[in-house]
Write a protein that binds this ligand. Structure first.
Ligand code: ATP
Length: 333
């Protein structure tokens, strides 16, 4: 069986990129009979970059409601909050103790933060927590706790999956064959959506278009996407346009081909954005209703998450106990 695992960091409001790159393909995959799916709210991860408790909490609620509104079947998939599974924190420590610092030195997220500090003529380690530095170990724990063999990720996350493989391999070498080495499943080329400013759409960059805002706000968001100064009637390059990229992520191949032609024919940016809005809104109107219903009913969501945590813990408890035993600790009783 394929064991698929996806998490979304609870540090902000879920956006079109999370939907296209993670939620939509994950839900599709979870409908396959040969798949065992694990989807979680990555709230331990959120603490790395977000020290605002209200935001973590609000985001967790929004992300949970989003998965459910998008049609996640919680009978098929295991759906949980990361922080409800203390076994993950336990495994995080077991893995930390076999992970070399040198491996972590090479992680993109850490190196990116160091580079940004150097560019600002700051101390290279300024503001860098051990959470950020060791974040690939926590991600490895998320994956290895369930021995997930397929991890759908964006291109920027491939390195972290490779690190999870390294860490798993090291543990296996030292303590016996416990872990399956996970594989990254990378979405098709161009599956990373760009945000309003042309960088990757990301909660951390504040450049997102929220998935389930009101219709009006969705329209406003789309109108804010950065475009070049070409006038109506001037041909536009679909290969260099966030409007086109987002359109493509929601359209059928036929619709995409038509829009490509319209770009060649010089569609006005205002018109292209209007068509983009109509396309997305048509697909989101129904789940948006469901989302609002769930947001108004936190007790219902909580019940689902409690059941999910039970299911996830039942799955990992024995395994983590075996791992404790393997390294010389006493089994969980
Ligand atoms: P953060 O800034 O907190 O890291 P994020 O918005 O970049 O948040 P994550 O929570 O790290 O998103 O990622 C959750 C999932 O969404 C991952 O599978 C990731 O690949 C996917 N994802 C995030 N941003 C995009 C994007 N712009 N396009 C496609 N997929 C994305």
């Amino acid at each position: 069986k394929e064991i698929v695992l996806t998490g979304i960091t609870t540090s902000g409001t879920p956006h079109l990129g999370n939907y296209v790159g993670a939620i939509r393909p994950a839900i599709e995959a979870s409908r396959q009979d040969n798949t065992d799916a694990y989807f979680f709210m990555a709230d331990y991860h959120a603490l790395i970059k977000c020290q605002d408790p209200a935001r973590v909490q609000q985001s967790r609620q929004e992300i949970a409601a989003t998965w459910l509104a998008c049609g996640l079947d919680t009978d098929k998939a295991t759906f949980y909050r990361q922080s409800d599974i203390p076994e993950i924190a336990e495994l995080n420590w077991l893995l930390t103790c076999v992970t070399s610092k040198g491996l972590m030195n090479r992680a993109h997220a850490y190196k990116g933060a160091v580079d940004a500090n150097l560019a600002d003529s700051q101390d290279p380690d300024f503001g860098i927590t051990m959470g950020l530095f060791c974040y690939p170990v926590l991600m490895a724990a998320d994956i290895l706790a369930f021995n997930a063999n397929k991890v759908p990720v964006g291109r920027d996350q491939i390195q972290h999956i490779e690190m999870a493989r390294d860490i798993a391999g090291r543990f296996n070498h030292l303590f016996g064959q416990h872990f399956t080495l996970p594989e990254a499943v990378v979405g098709e080329e161009g599956s990373i959506l760009k945000g309003l400013d042309g960088r990757k759409m990301s909660k951390s960059y504040n450049n997102t278009i929220p998935l389930f805002d009101t219709e009006k706000k969705l329209q406003k968001g789309i109108n804010k996407i950065k475009t070049n100064l070409l006038e109506p009637g001037e041909a536009k390059d679909p290969n260099d346009s966030t409007v086109f990229d987002i359109y493509k992520a929601f359209a059928t191949p036929e619709q995409t081909a038509e829009m490509r032609q319209k770009f060649a024919d010089g569609i006005a940016w205002g018109q292209a954005k209007k068509e983009l809005f109509e396309l997305i809104n048509g697909q989101l109107a129904e789940p948006r209703e469901k989302y609002l219903e769930l947001m108004a009913n936190p007790a219902q969501v909580e019940e689902i998450l409690q059941a999910g945590a039970e299911k996830a813990r039942a799955r990992v408890r024995g395994f983590i106990s075996d791992l404790r035993n393997a390294v010389g600790l006493v089994n969980f009783k």
